[in-house]
Design a protein around this ligand. Structure first.
Ligand code: 5GP
Length: 189
């Protein structure tokens, strides 16, 4: 890692843009953590509580909102998602970078949190390819998929507010680009 202080690596992008895969690759490093968010949405097939998300009730989520447990939180696709402050602070205190996969509203709130941030927006090569990837993933119903596609174009208008934009035309190429801009080398992978 190029910096002694930990940083918040904020990653956003449309659904099925490849941002989750990118985040999981980055956190394979021993000094890079993943911020496990809380959410009120139901787990998808294969997702594990405490690993992919902390899956919580609306009541639990609202208690955490009230107690200031979230560094940021937002409503996305009709469900709540939030970054737990204590996870982020623990990582930074260790000098680790921490990857936050958040939507555009979350990234906007994090801009003013006073912590060192690098923000990255992952763009799909085209909307048509994104649509196809989403169909191939097959984890959403047609109705859920349409809801997600409806917000994609709006999300893309926020890309310019990020410090970096990368295009997922080829995953390995994009991953190398991100490693480079974060100052990561293959040696610390
Ligand atoms: P999904 O339900 O597909 O896992 O996530 C839906 C959206 O919520 C994605 O854009 C994801 O990046 C975002 N998201 C996940 N966790 C958080 C969070 O803690 N805060 C915010 N603001 N967005 C999040």
């Amino acid at each position: 890692m190029s910096s002694e202080l930990g940083r918040l690596i904020v990653v956003s992008g449309p659904t099925a843009s490849g941002k989750s895969t990118l985040c999981h690759r980055l956190v394979q490093r021993s000094t890079v953590d993943f911020s496990v968010s809380a959410t009120t949405r139901a787990p998808r097939k294969g997702e594990k509580d405490g690993y992919d998300y902390h899956f919580v009730t609306e009541q639990q989520f609202q208690e955490w909102v009230a107690s200031g447990a979230f560094l940021e939180y937002a409503e996305v696709h009709g469900k709540h998602y939030g970054t737990l402050r204590k996870h982020v602070e623990a990582s930074l205190a260790k000098g680790h970078d921490i990857v936050l996969e958040v939507d555009v509203q979350g990234a906007e709130q994090l801009k003013d949190c006073g912590l060192p941030i690098i923000s990255i927006f992952v763009r799909p090569p085209s909307l048509e390819i994104l649509r196809q990837r989403l169909r191939d993933r097959g984890t959403e119903t047609e109705e859920q998929m349409n809801l997600r596609l409806a917000v994609v174009e709006k999300e893309m208008t926020f890309a310019k507010d990020y410090m970096h934009q990368v295009i997922n035309d080829d995953f390995s190429r994009m991953e190398a680009e991100v490693e480079d801009l974060l100052g990561y080398t293959k040696e610390n992978a």
